[in-house]
Design a binder for this molecule. Sequence first.
Ligand code: FAE
Length: 546
Amino acid sequence: MSERSLPKSGSNGLSRRGFLGRTGSIIGAVALAGHITPAHAAAPPGPIADGARVPALVIGTGYGGSVAALRLAQAGVDVQMIEMGMSWDTPGSDGKIFPKVTTPDYRSFWLRTRTKAPLSNFLGFPIDKDVPKYTGILDAEDFAGITVYQGRGVGGGSLVNGGMAVTPKRANFAAVLPSVNADEMYDTYYPRANAGLGVGMIDPAWFDTADCYQFSRVGRKHAQRSGFAWTFVPDVYDWDYMKQEAAGTATKSALAGEILYGNNHGKKSLVQTYLAQAKATGRVAISALHKVTSVSPAAGGGYTVTIDQINTTGDTVATKTVTADRVFFAAGSVGTSKLLVKLKATGALPNLNGEVGKGWGENGNVMCGRANHMWDPTGKLQSTIPCSGIDNWDAGGAFAEVAPLPTGIETYASFYLSITKNPNRAEFTWNAATGKAELSWQTAWKQPSISMAKTIFDKINSKEGTIYRTDLFGANKIWNDTLTYHPLGGAVLNKATDNYGRLHGYTGLYVIDGALIPGNASVNPFVTITALAERNIEKIIATDLP
Ligand code: FAE
């Protein structure tokens, strides 16, 4: 790389020597604080010390953050990752780290006193219940017109998601990331992401006989009888492990109703993949239960980062100020967008451009259930890991995941999460009076999603002589149109940032998560988030770092 490519100007331009001089400082600062001894020791270093100076600070430990940390560390840069959630490595009183979907407890929700399950009702009865307030794993974050579900903890969304690892069809890619070279993505970065995440496909022969996928086979039958394309969908779950669960030779996880509040076995979350590799470099430290509240230019170059250390009821127990030469925003679409609009509006980062906060979408998510005939049972044992989808994207704008209802009883229900081509986009803004970021999304903006999902399910219902379930999301409610699992956008690539995620207005500040994707990925998004992060960090390391 050339000297010319290094940033030089402005109060935050870093000299090559300054940057090199600071690598190693995280480990040094931590060692001084007495948490570990030698640099790059195998034991995980403790939390970041107040006053530390670090070469690279990553906000968040989800997909974008984990890719950034691993690749920076491999390039010889020490990385400090700051994560507001817990590290989820200690069993609770039941001996397990994560509770089942059917028995939520204090570990399940982020600082709520009552659960807010995506499926709020069953047979018409509400299923939510009171729980102690705790820094639990799933955040149901309420905005005026939508609830955004997100993972909280080391590993981000990978802790709670279904692991569906879908590369968009190449023909749809130009609409997903218009400024990105598709050849590079499909030749290099999607394969790299799939390998890094450990993506695999269910064995089709096993699928055809496994009791736990009867619900998917019913989904296939109904889709195909109505003339829709039905397809297997890859996942990061260890399929061999699931076979052992079914055979009774391994402790059950997917087959024991574990998913939304974490999997104790089987699923390859980022903790088992990118983060394990990152930690093995000895250059990555993670501070859990630490929340970044501010980033602003530091007098001597780099950025002052303010961090609240919190306890498990969410109270701040310490506030730390550290200096970072470079800061990577990887707090997820919502977390990154909220931080950036606040920092721009409050004058911490006034030079951020007017695109910050804009271009936010919910990936067109909408849920529904269908009531099958008594001769079409979906099975009382259902794997929590979806493995198939119905593709009507080109004709109707919808891709529907055939989802499980792992209740443990026969429900005669088929359940679906549809991803649709909803064109509506919302904006985050800072409300100075309340001191909170707001999102302009309105519930009525889901109507296009409902119409697109209906192109599939109206036809199937008509063909099968069946009806929609009305007992899953509240009284007589067919569509769950008040949530998303897939927040995207808010700091869109090539708008709020340059074409590689460098924030306009500041040298050394980067966005590297789902906030870069303009509201819709056409499929489940984490493979695209990972692949884009791989692409961007490679460029950043090659051109911005010494
Ligand atoms: P993300 O993974 O959300 O990580 C951001 C991290 O930053 C989190 O750990 C936060 O706690 C942390 N954070 C936020 N603010 C701060 C702050 N101020 N200071 C410190 N830390 C902070 O971001 N996608 C798929 O592709 N397939 C699926 O099957 C799938 N199923 C899903 C099921 C559920 C229930 C949910 C909630 C999501 C699902 N997703 C799925 C979406 C996927 O998990 C999501 O797109 C990615 O996790 C987003 O990755 P990011 O790196 O953008």
